[in-house]
Design a protein around this ligand. Structure first.
Ligand code: GLC
Length: 747
């Protein structure tokens, strides 16, 4: 009987409302802004509202910068060029207003961390915050002072390529991660030379694009907006995010970039957001093809009226605002408010006092310390989905066949939106294996040159490598280009001939570990029977190789858990854990697989419930799921009371025990269900989580404090309301199973 070690209680408060110290509005700054606006000509005001793309250098814009016709550039990452452009703005323009310089620093700058969908799988906001701080340091070193991140679009459809860039399907987890990234980028002093202004994006509902087709139409009732899509943005506003970017989608018939309801009523009204709003790339003029504006002039008008303060890339503001003012379509107050917001952020960034970048202040890019942080993030982002017969971890004595198109693809493993990552700084699994094992232990056959390849001429050589090895390590998935913006897929199986290759390798009869690198959940039902273990690494970034090898050989146990549901087949999409129960919830007892339905079956013999005859009603892997090299026992659920009054708190605890033989980390999750409410509620809602690391045999009591505020939801009047009634509560290892208790909120 293992000695049971009781360690201290791990407390977690559901809403650790981060007291953000980013003050965009101070009386001192507002006075300076008043004085500046007083002096500015209309052309200079419009200039602040104009951002141009300097991807091919900022020289072409130097004249416009000198004339005060540009307030921001994006995509200039040559520090000399940035300093030169800034010098023109500050020393040669009439009012010396510095530029704000933007770049997509989404999951790292030069040191690339796992894609955000992988970072989310760490369930470690602190680690995400630290990674964002490193990204900010590296980006600032080249003159970038504004990142177009965090992207916090809730995604329930893995066909959508941009699911890679967000944190998955749950608003609570996405809120925690987004706020952590905001704090990481901005630190607690936005005027520090190490801070980046954050940009919450894409506001709002972009991930709900019909069919998972990027840029496509979204219809989202206000209740659903407030319940699912808005919370991460509100959490980021509360964390002090300085800017926000509008989305490309048409939201209920009004493009987000021209949507006063979300921008003026909710963001700047209800939430009193004091930073500025930037459009997405040409999303102002795209309101013409949307069919919402007749021409660019009307697009400029509708964007300004809706509350878009700065136009990215296109010149409709520069071309039409003066005329629109003359015609009375716009007011000077609107323009002055936009300019005020932009100047607020520039003052908060300290750019008026310190506009230039002193490269001597910054550490080397992609240095050892940064890469070590990226490796730790990659390690915690990997999710163990299958481990039959405890095949993993492997022994160093084993010979390994290393096979597949992603075993040695340094650029691909960086994932989407890794603009400034470099293949030569990216360490692949093959590189890491060669560092870790003696050479005679490794039999490497690429077998497919890339994931979509269909040529099979190297398959025999791969099968022979498998035959002469103790275990097969397959590295497969998607290239980086197959996810991200505009890169949606209608078939989520492993691309190309990868499935065929797995079946060929399986015929060698050796144990197989499949490591998947992808920007989204893939449907793997066709191959799961042929593999013994499955590690899902998403796109793990610069240090993906060493991180995966540490896990393969048990230096650490995997600890990641999914933040998005993995469907069995594409036909199940959309499928997510926090779904409604419906009036006819599916029962395992009544589902009959389509192949097992008897002939001449009576019409109502199959049960009238919400499921698929050919795919049932459960996913391949549920939200919150992830295995470990040890086992964790959940016991002794305790509730502080069977009932609480409105405004009171409930304490829920359970004892978690490492009942296996290896030190490992478990992500303990808290879920609730409101059984009957004025608006139907999901069968489960994540309300908290706690990472705990336990030695073999060690026990820990994990305690959550749940307030009635945590149980509030958008009611019929769209206001957040907690209602009396019965609730279920779980402390669980995933969104399925766990220890369940019952409590009520008393009348
Ligand atoms: C892109 C993306 C947005 C990005 C911007 C600048 O189209 O939608 O997320 O920040 O343009 O690159």
């Amino acid at each position: 009987m293992k000695k049971t070690i009781f360690s201290t209680i791990a407390f977690t408060f559901i809403f650790s409302t981060a007291v953000f110290s980013i003050e965009l509005v101070t009386s001192e700054t507002e006075k300076k802004i008043d004085a500046l606006i007083e002096k500015m000509t209309l052309e200079e005001k419009i200039g602040q509202m104009t951002q141009r793309n300097a991807r091919s250098g900022s020289e072409p814009f130097e004249g416009m910068i000198r004339d005060g016709k540009i307030g921001s550039i994006l995509n200039e990452v040559n520090v000399e060029a940035v300093n030169r452009a800034q010098k023109i703005a500050v020393e040669e323009s009439r009012l010396a207003i510095p530029l704000i310089v933007g770049r997509d620093v989404i999951h790292g700058f030069r040191t690339i961390f796992p894609i955000p969908l992988g970072l989310a799988a760490t369930w470690n906001p602190q680690l995400v915050e630290e990674g964002s701080r490193i990204a900010a340091l590296e980006a600032r070193s080249v003159g970038v002072n504004w990142t177009f991140a965090p992207m916090m679009d809730i995604a329930r459809d893995p066909r959508w390529g941009r699911i890679a860039e967000g944190y998955g399907e749950d608003p609570y987890l996405a809120s925690r991660m987004a706020a952590a990234m905001v704090r990481g980028f901005q630190s607690d002093d936005l005027a520090s030379p190490n801070a980046l202004a954050a940009c919450m994006k894409h506001f709002v509902g972009y991930g709900a694009a019909i069919g998972g087709r990027d840029y496509n139409t979204t219809y989202i009732p206000e209740l659903l907006l407030r319940d699912i899509y808005l919370p991460p943005f509100k959490a980021s506003v509360d964390a002090g995010a300085a800017t926000l970017m509008t989305a490309f989608n048409d939201l209920n018939g009004v493009p987000a970039t021209g949507n006063a309801f979300i921008l003026r009523d909710i963001l700047k009204g209800e939430w009193a957001f004091q930073g500025f709003v930037v459009s997405d790339w040409a999303s102002v003029t795209q309101m013409v093809p949307h069919g919402y504006c007749a021409d660019h002039k009307e697009a400029a008008e509708k964007a300004v009226v809706a509350g878009v303060d700065m136009e990215m890339e296109t010149p409709s503001y520069a071309d039409h605002i003066a005329e629109l003012l003359d015609e009375g379509a716009l007011t000077l107050e609107m323009i002055d408010d936009a300019v005020r917001r932009i100047l607020r952020v520039k003052f908060a960034l300290g750019l008026f006092d310190n506009p230039y970048t002193d490269t001597a202040h910054y550490p080397t890019l992609a240095n050892e310390k940064h890469l070590a942080a990226a490796k730790e993030a990659a390690k915690q982002s990997v999710v163990l989905l299958k481990n039959d017969g405890h095949l993993l971890p492997l022994s160093k004595e084993m010979s390994v066949a290393v096979i597949g198109p992603l075993a040695d693809a340094p650029q691909e493993q960086l994932g989407t939106w890794a603009f400034d990552g470099r293949a030569e700084e990216s360490q692949t699994p093959l590189t890491a294996l060669r560092d870790f094992l003696s050479p005679e232990k490794i039999n490497y056959v690429q077998a497919l040159p890339y994931s979509r390849a269909k040529e099979t001429h190297d398959f025999d050589q791969a099968a022979q490598a498998a035959e002469r090895s103790d275990v097969v390590l397959l590295f497969m998935g998607e290239e980086a280009i197959l996810s991200g913006e505009a890169h949606c897929r209608a078939n989520l199986d492993l691309p190309g001939a990868q499935e065929q290759l797995i079946k060929v390798i399986a015929s060698a009869g050796k144990p197989i570990v499949l490591v998947v690198m992808a920007g989204r959940p893939l449907t793997m039902g066709n191959i799961l029977e042929h593999i013994d273990a499955l590690l899902y690494a998403f796109h793990p970034g610069s240090m993906g190789g060493p991180a995966v090898v540490d896990l393969l050989f048990g230096i650490d146990s995997p600890s990641g858990k999914l933040t998005v549901t993995f469907p069995k087949v594409v036909g199940q999409i959309p499928m997510y854990y926090n779904h409604k129960n419906t009036g006819r919830p599916p029962q395992a007892s009544s589902w009959v697989h389509i192949d097992d339905i008897p002939l001449n079956a009576w019409q109502t013999s199959l049960g009238n419930e919400s499921h698929y005859l050919d795919a049932g009603f459960t996913p391949q892997y549920p939200f919150g799921y992830g295995l470990s090299y040890t086992t964790f026992e959940y016991k002794d659920l305790q509730l502080s009371s069977p009932a609480i009054k409105m405004g009171e708190a409930l304490t829920v605890s359970a004892v978690i025990r490492n009942s296996g033989a290896m030190r490992a980390t478990e992500i303990v999750q808290l879920y609730c269900r409101d059984l009957a409410a004025s608006i139907t509620r999901p069968v489960r809602e994540l309300k908290g989580f706690e990472r705990i690391t336990l030695e073999p045999g060690e026990c820990r009591t994990v305690e959550f404090v749940l307030t009635t505020e945590d149980l509030a939801f958008p009611g019929p009047d769209m206001k957040m309301v907690a209602e009396p009634g019965a609730f279920h509560v779980w402390i669980a290892p995933s969104s399925e199973g766990g220890l369940m208790g019952e409590f009520s909120i008393a009348e």
